[in-house]
Design a protein. Structure first.
Length: 352
């Protein structure tokens, strides 16, 4: 079958690979229709491997070597294990994150922090292929009103929802989202229904800022032209934001987030810089600004919440940048995403 296989930095090949075989009792085999890519995929392509276990064995998945990418995908069940709970013909999305269900974190419901956690498409073969095997327990039925292009955004939207929840973002508060590309734009769309007093989008791309406004941002700030913290304080009547979500991964933006937050505010680190970055911890400490980490999503709750948003709102329409054939994945997908030329989510037609 045809698949997108990572062989190393700047080496992603569309090639023929063996079929993944038969699913286990609690697994599903999917015929993948659409898969999306994100900043993690592009950073692995341009400067990895970081997460992909190319020259080592991943402790959770046991995988090592060239790997089929794709952790955001939707497909049709072609084979279901005897205890999978799905049937052939079902259209499903996979949460991609696999947890053991037994460790202390899993028992607390923090499945994204599982001691043996791994992600399909980052730590084991994923869904940028004609077929993939996924645990059934991380799959959910796609509502009939959600297209395949929209459903391919379920996993990143679940990541956005999890980040919003980690920040304790709620009605009547002011929120800033720094970086409104893929995940950041989905965060704006997910936040728009939460009743924020101010929902402020920050980016350096005017097209992204326009999309953020269409998604529900009440204010936009062009970080190339304006002092982000100063403008946030002006908008919030010199108080600062209740919560800032740093989704750009840019080196200096976590400190900007601290400066833009109110006394006792919160800064949630959503984007992960590729190198260590400085944060003004003295300012954070003296003003009791909480720094909060977030990673992945809770499959059992965040994936259904994402599907409900996709079914009930036009969020995917505003976030979608383009749909490309799998043959053009590098030139029209990974390269523009890594160079900042993509204005939203890029979805791949795996069957093309």
């Amino acid at each position: 079958m045809r698949a997108a296989v990572y062989h190393g930095r700047q080496d992603l090949r569309i090639e023929s690979v063996p079929d993944p075989g038969e699913p286990g009792d609690r697994d599903l085999k999917l015929a993948v229709s659409r898969a999306a890519i994100c900043g993690t995929d592009s950073s692995e392509f341009t400067s990895g491997p970081r997460m992909i276990p190319l020259d080592r064995t991943h402790p959770g998945s046991g995988y090592s070597g060239p790997m089929v990418i794709g952790h955001e995908f939707v497909g049709e069940v072609t084979e279901a294990g005897s205890a999978a709970g799905f049937s052939a013909g079902d259209r499903v999305v996979s949460g991609a994150g696999v947890s053991c269900g037994e460790c202390a974190w899993c028992r607390r419901g923090e499945t994204n922090l599982c001691a043996r956690y791994y992600t399909l498409g980052l730590n084991a073969d994923g869904g940028m292929a004609e077929a993939v095997i996924t645990p059934a327990g991380i799959c959910h039925l796609v509502p009939s009103g959600v297209s395949d292009e929209d459903a391919a955004m379920t996993q990143p939207l679940a990541v956005a929802i999890h980040a919003l929840d980690k920040g304790g973002a709620g009605s009547g508060e002011s929120a800033v989202i720094i970086g409104v590309g893929g995940i950041g734009a989905l965060m704006v769309g997910a936040a728009a229904s939460r009743g924020f007093k101010d929902l402020i989008a920050v980016d350096i791309d005017p097209v992204r800022l326009e999309s953020a406004a269409a998604l529900g941002a009440t204010e936009t700030i062009d970080a190339r032209k304006e002092d982000v913290a100063a403008v946030v304080r002006e908008i919030t009547r010199d108080v600062g934001a209740d919560v800032v979500f740093e989704a750009s991964g840019a080196a200096n933006m976590a400190s900007v987030g601290v400066s833009a937050s109110r006394n006792g505010g919160r800064v949630v680190i959503v984007g992960h810089p590729t190198a260590p970055t400085e944060v003004n911890l003295a300012d954070a400490g003296l003003r009791e600004v909480d720094l909060i980490g977030t990673v992945a999503h809770i499959c059992g709750s965040d994936i259904p919440a994402a599907l409900a948003l996709l079914e009930g709102t036009p969020i995917a329409r505003h976030v979608l940048d383009r749909v490309i054939p799998i043959e053009n994945l590098v030139a029209d997908g990974l390269v523009p995403l890594s160079t900042g030329q993509a204005t939203g989510k890029i979805v791949v037609d795996v069957r093309s």
